[in-house]
Design a binder for this molecule. Structure first.
Ligand code: FES
Length: 74
């Protein structure tokens, strides 16, 4: 499912939760990888570089903020 989110200082996970969209999460801090999803469009940044392994195109919504309007595939 593709979800559009605006640029924000809130993490993508918090934005998804505010929309009532629940995705899997555990550590909420970039360690476990449970929340990983695909970034379809837009730009994000991390407050600190995440530890969890990511494949190309994957992001961690728990510790990423959108720096532009984004579309994520969850
Ligand atoms: S919830 Fe653990 S990396 Fe996002």
């Amino acid at each position: 499912m593709h979800v559009n989110l605006p640029a924000s200082t809130s993490t993508l996970l918090v934005q998804l939760e505010r929309k009532g969209i629940a995705i899997e999460s555990q550590c909420r801090n970039g360690y476990c990888g449970a929340c990983r999803c695909k970034l379809v469009r837009g730009n994000i940044s991390y407050r600190a570089e995440p530890i969890a392994y990511l494949n190309d195109g994957e992001i961690l919504p728990c510790c990423a903020t959108a720096t532009s309007d984004v579309t994520v595939d969850i």
